[in-house]
Design a protein around this ligand. Structure first.
Ligand code: SF4
Length: 506
């Protein structure tokens, strides 16, 4: 029988079927780790490295060695020798396997205390799958089964209020929370869940039941959804915009086996966005509210600035003034049209040294963006948020960032507010969906860039003088190209909208 690790158990709490696939068929294509997932894992490992510097763990002895069995033996020896701080002790008992973060000998209670390090900004003790209390309770039950009487149970997580000074203060970066009582309150429930997990995950053949996501919207579906529900098409009622907020309607449709959008007869109890999504799908007609689009465009003032940031939010604050997971604005792109019908020009900035870019970014924005004019972003809450944070770090730039935020408008509004709906937007208003429909000749395919996580890794290479110069230059150009393309796409979409208005109203 395959051993059940803490990860599999927590996955089981979220979804038994998914946990079964991961335990029995870990090599499925669906489980190939994405760049975002890899980044989350990397951040977790980095946080653990910093946690090792905490005074409570000083002098720790690592238990890991090659192979599970050897690791268990070594852990056992270290415990028998009463080593004060043991890092990653591993134990196997009763079909379960755990690798704890730290166990620390408590000279008062004459027991080991258990410490679990988490790369989160909070305790996550709400009673839901993947909460940290279930996690540490699982470990303490396994330790108990193994014959190790654990005293206190602690979660060590990041301190969301911590602001980095010149140096990183590790003792203040982390919060150590005593969860002993919470663990004991949860112990019986988790013990029962562990037993059920063992029975379910112990099935050698794929369980026929277990995947209930056919009653939930697409965002809830995991990568193996299609294996359990081959009857549900790629584009289905599960893709109706925000259908997760109308669970009764989705259940009704699924129970009637109404999977395709054009099979939905009664749309009266659906939202306007959902109705539009279905209508455009059925009729193959666009919805374009020219008057509303014209009103929005008329509200813009020249010069027009098409603006986009690239940021990264590391768990460990990299520079003075940053909190855990606060966004570092490593670059921006700005396309500018100075007057109606005027030429397009482009400016950009990519920070090329290993330091906080905030001051240079604030100065450049002040230099490039006049106090008169409209700044257009796509989903502007992101750009506004990053800009506001610059002002919080640099009070001398507060007036500049405030006026920049005030000048900012969201070009996406035209699409998210349903003034322009195309069946192939599929109920969404992301720049990619809109670009694919309105600018089919444009693509990101020749830019091998898969999001912020990769961007930050590249940026770290760019600012690292020990890296090979050609490689650094290549990554620099790709990052510039990618960000430039984002704002160029916005310009082209704006022009299309302007043309539609001009043709029909002027
Ligand atoms: S689609 Fe949902 S219910 Fe099905 S296996 Fe994935 S998470 Fe579980």
């Amino acid at each position: 029988m395959k051993l059940i690790s803490k990860s599999r158990f927590l996955e089981y709490l979220t979804c038994p079927k998914d946990a079964w696939f991961r335990l029995h068929m870990p090599k499925l294509d669906e489980f190939v780790v994405s760049a975002t997932e890899q980044n989350i894992m990397d951040q977790g490992n980095i946080v653990e490295e910093y946690a090792k510097r905490l005074k409570i763990f000083s002098g720790f002895v690592p238990a890991f060695t090659e192979g599970e069995v050897k690791e268990v033996k070594r852990s056992e020896v270290l415990v028998r020798e009463n080593v004060a701080v043991i890092y990653q002790p591993t134990f196997i008992v009763d079909g379960y396997i755990i690798r704890c973060d730290f166990i620390v000998w408590n000279a008062e209670t004459l027991k080991y205390d258990l410490y679990e390090v988490k790369a989160t900004n909070s305790l996550k003790d709400k009673d839901r799958p993947h909460d940290h209390i279930s996690d540490i309770t699982f470990q303490s039950i396994v330790l108990e089964k193994y014959g190790i009487d654990i005293g206190k149970k602690f979660i060590v997580h990041l301190n969301s209020e911590y602001v980095r000074g010149n140096e990183l203060d590790v003792e203040n970066l982390f919060v150590v929370e005593d969860c002993t009582e919470k663990v004991s309150d949860k112990k019986d429930v988790v013990a029962q869940q562990m037993q059920k997990a063992k029975e379910y995950l112990g099935q050698e053949k794929e369980p026929a039941d277990g995947c209930k996501c056919n009653f939930y919207g697409r965002s809830r579906h995991c990568a193996t959804f299609k294996r359990s529900h081959p009857e549900i098409p790629e584009y289905s009622v599960h893709d109706l915009s925000r259908i997760g907020l109308s669970p009764d309607k989705l259940v009704e449709l699924v129970e009637k086996k109404t999977y395709l959008l054009h099979e939905i007869d009664d749309t009266s109890d659906l939202s306007v966005t959902q109705q539009n999504q279905i209508h455009t799908h059925k009729t193959n007609e666009e919805i374009i509210d020219i008057k509303e689009i014209a009103k929005i465009l008329d509200g813009y003032t020249y010069p027009l600035y098409f603006f986009d940031y690239e940021t990264f939010a590391p768990a460990i604050p990299a520079y003075k003034g940053y909190k855990p997971y606060q966004r570092i604005p490593i670059q921006f792109s700005l396309h500018i049209i100075d007057k109606k019908g005027g030429d397009l020009r482009h400016v950009e900035y990519l920070h090329q040294e290993n330091s906080d870019p905030s001051v240079v970014v604030a100065k450049k924005l002040e230099e490039y963006i006049d106090p008169v004019g409209t700044i257009l972003a796509w989903n502007d809450s992101f750009e506004k948020g990053v800009t506001k944070e610059i002002g919080e770090r640099l009070p001398q730039y507060e007036p500049v960032v405030t006026r920049i935020c005030e000048q900012m408008h969201d070009l996406m509004d035209i699409f998210s507010q349903q003034h322009y709906v195309h069946k192939d937007f599929k109920g969404k208003a992301s720049i990619e969906k809109v670009m694919n429909v309105l600018l089919p000749e444009m693509t990101y395919d020749d830019l091998p860039y898969t999001g912020n996580a990769v961007g930050y890794v590249w940026w770290q290479d760019i600012v690292n003088e020990d890296k090979e110069p050609n490689e650094r230059a290549k990554k620099l150009n790709l990052l510039l190209e990618y960000c430039k393309q984002d704002t160029f796409v916005m310009v082209e979409i704006f022009k299309i909208l302007e043309n539609i208005v001009n043709k029909n109203l002027k």
